[in-house]
Design a protein around this ligand. Sequence first.
Ligand code: DGT
Ligand code: CA
Ligand code: CA
Length: 569
Amino acid sequence: MISNKDLADKLYDIADILEIQNAKWEPRAYRNAALTISGLSDDITVIYKKGKLLELEGVGKSIAGSIKEYIETGKIKKYEELRKKYPIDFTTFRKIRGLGPKRVYSLYKNLNIKNVHDLKTSIDKHNIRGLEGFGPKSEEDIMKNLESFMNVKNDRLLLGYVIDYVDNLINKLLKSGLFEDVKVAGSIRRMKETIGDIDILAISNKPDKGMDFFSRMDEVKEVIVKGPTKTTVSLGIGTTCDIRILQKKSFGAAMQYFTGNREHNVKVRKIAISRGLKLNEYGLFDGKKAVSAEDEREVYKKLGIDWIPPELRENTGEIEAAQSHSLPKVVEYDELIGDMHVHTKDSDGMNSLEEMAMAAEKNGSKYIALTNHSKSLPVARGLDEKRFNEFNIQIDKFNDSERQIRLLKGVEIEILKDGSLDLNDSCLAGMDFVIGALHQNLRMGSKELTNRLIKAINSGRINTVAHPMDRLIGEREKLKLDFERVLEACKKNDVLLEINGYPERSDLPFDLVRKAKEFGVKFSLGSDSHRIEHLRFMKLAGAIARRGWLEKNDVINTLGYKDILRLKR
Ligand code: DGT
Ligand code: CA
Ligand code: CA
């Protein structure tokens, strides 16, 4: 079933490509038709069946022919042919200000930028400023427009890019001396992958001054509502922030109430009612008497519920488990002592082996796996056997040095179209940790794709599967894998699944993590760092693990260095 939107997008794409080819009047004709179709209140298929295509504004014989073809066959030949020559995500680029088709083409031709992800990577590497017709100023403009596009889409921001900002905001509030305590609640406290706004709760004896201070902070773009107990502002990063000032005696109940999620709260409130009590943001009450209010743990306890880590509060069975005292003891962030997915500038990273190692050591890691790309991924400057062997000698040297942190020899290896791996066995024998990855030739049927991945899992050569669903939040759908078959193969071969903490990826998604755990599959966590600043994304991988109910034993990153070496294949 085709949609008006899909059809309009395709016609716009054709227009963009024809414009690149300097066609004279055609781009305009296609855009007019696309505009008409995207504004229709009737389904295009219905209009076609009524024989009324030619009555549509801007739709002539030739375009009507394409529409007919699309409805009948699901394809437009002209479009398919053009797209083969220009494999560019025009649909998304059209939403970014200042990137017309010709500029998009220039980025593709010179830097092989095909989608927003590629664009972001090139901006990070400052590759665009050197291009003819671009320069540093226009690189910066593109970056800003890209950021606002990323923020606007879904109206939700990625947690990974917000979390440090919020910590910083809270520290500034605490330092002002006007607050006794400041905490984050809402989806950020639950560590949800994307967030709608920032919810802050504070205790203050000087609420008026506190609110004045907050609403005048540099980060604030505009004050939306200002009151003595609640203020809402919009922030420069592209979201709003609610701050509520509360009394110490009811802070725990407020934390419970404003952490959510909504469905979780509804169920907890019902339990209160069933016990003849009342729960709101001021406390748990028996008539007028507060049974508990200051301490969140007490609120749960008085309801006969074990305290539930915020990451689990999604009303997916955690309340029932907490009532029967059978919640899992989810893995703690500080139990994750190593990072199993790190790149260096030897492939497509920005920092050297030493820089990555030292930054990770400073962050408290005991070991990291250096997992550069393999040779069949030339856009990421993948390494061949010879370069890997040389690189691994550097790792040996580093490990012989006095440093605390240890490096593992790893690779993020391409799983080729036929399911084979692109490095020879003797090279793989020298690796401590092998991550199998599907990056290319992904347009195949679900069965073929699943078989391809399973062949790699069955090979006995890989330890884990990189970002198994290959999704990008807001940009790219999950792979169409037969997940249960993948799980069976992983379980049979003791192959792990990765939880990739890179914000756009956040892959495996937490609901699938939980499903995989139920199957008995274990996990490796990685930041997928391409520069030292990315190492912090390990925490996000940890959050997904917790949201997926994983315990210490489900995650290899809790093992010591010696035990991790035993995973070698
Ligand atoms: P978000 O902001 O879309 O990422 O998701 P949340 O969960 O942070 O939702 P938000 O900001 O609307 O509200 C924060 C929490 O407050 C929410 O998880 C549940 C709690 N809450 C419970 N009842 C209510 C209510 O009636 N109004 C509001 N505003 N919040 C409520
Ligand atoms: Ca929120
Ligand atoms: Ca809110």
